[in-house]
Design a protein around this ligand. Structure first.
Ligand SMILES: [Zn+2]
Length: 316
């Protein structure tokens, strides 16, 4: 029996080895390509740390693209994480932070609120005509005015059952107020309207009187300029309990009931305590704005001032 040695052929093995090598190189190449073209890599090149990159990558494409294409900004992540962050206002947030905070700790929530409503500007600057197509949802404040000498068409007289003499208001607001009055009565409270619709001329007279006697700054603190007053919309009421006044109404049980229940009838407390720099008005426990039941509930539930709510949800 003959025994033949098996000869191992080297050719195929070399080819196999080279093939494996090529595959390894290709895989390495692809991975390197992936790495250097990845968002992670580009963000790290901008100076973002790993945990910051993970934060940014949770947001959608436009945020990531922005961070990749701009210099590192330490306010970027805290800003985009804010609930009411608006992309269109990004540059304004940054400018406001630079102007106001410098190296101090930034209150991002406040920055967002102020810039969204335009209160990063001085009152009555950067004003525009409000969008009247919004109906009962129109926004009127120190940056958004009514059309020149606006007057609603459905103004009605209020009866002495509901208001002190010479009060007028829009029909739907009156109906809503009557319903709210009934609700208050059932709960043991009495509501009385002290001030309601004011025409352009009436508001002008109030403002001019203040201005003539105490100057513009004083006038702007205590009265709205004509065409900038919510009372001129015919959608706002100053409501008290009988005998109460501006200095004590906030301490009454009637106020407590009113502020907690008004949204059920379509009203909101328009100038809340602690939000003066956002609304541009001192705390007014008596000033209520009609929005209709659906919107009033949404605004109440949001905990936002109407200025903030409008800026975030309704402005277009
Ligand atoms: Zn008022």
């Amino acid at each position: 029996m003959s025994y033949t040695k098996r000869r191992i052929k080297k050719g195929p093995i070399i080819i196999l080895c080279m093939l494996v090598l090529v595959i390894i190189l290709v895989v390495i190449g692809i991975n390197l390509y992936k790495k250097y073209t990845s968002d992670e890599y580009k963000l790290s090149e901008k100076g973002y740390k790993e945990d910051e990159i993970n934060e940014i990558l949770k947001f959608d494409e436009k945020y990531i693209t922005y961070a990749i294409n701009h210099d590192y900004e330490d306010d970027f992540i805290p800003l985009i994480k804010e609930k009411y962050f608006l992309w269109k206002n990004y540059d304004k947030y940054i400018k406001y932070i630079d102007d106001v905070y410098g190296n101090k700790k930034v209150d991002y929530d406040k920055v967002i609120a102020l810039v969204n409503v335009g209160a990063n500007n001085e009152p009555y600057t950067h004003t525009k005509k409000t969008n009247m197509d919004k109906g009962y949802a129109i926004l009127v404040n120190k940056y958004n005015s009514l059309p020149d000498k606006y007057a609603p068409e459905d103004i009605v007289e209020m009866s002495n059952w509901y208001a002190y003499p010479n009060n007028r208001i829009r029909k739907d607001v009156y109906d809503a107020f009557k319903e709210m009055s009934e609700g208050a009565k059932e709960a043991g409270y009495t509501l009385i309207v002290n001030s309601s619709y004011r025409s352009y001329e009436e508001q002008k007279e109030i403002y001019d009187d203040y201005e003539d006697s105490r100057g513009k700054e004083y006038a702007d603190t205590y009265a709205a300029r004509p065409d900038f007053s919510e009372h001129q919309t015919g959608l706002s009421l100053d409501i008290f309990s009988p005998g109460a006044n501006m200095s004590n109404f906030a301490e009454t049980e009637t106020f407590k009931w009113l502020s907690e229940n008004c949204y059920k009838y379509g009203f909101i407390l328009r100038y809340p305590e602690g939000k003066e720099d956002i609304t541009g008005y001192s705390y007014e426990a008596w000033h209520y704005r009609y929005l209709g039941k659906e919107l009033a509930k949404k605004v109440y539930d949001s905990g936002l001032t109407y200025d903030e709510y409008y800026a975030y949800y309704l402005d277009d």
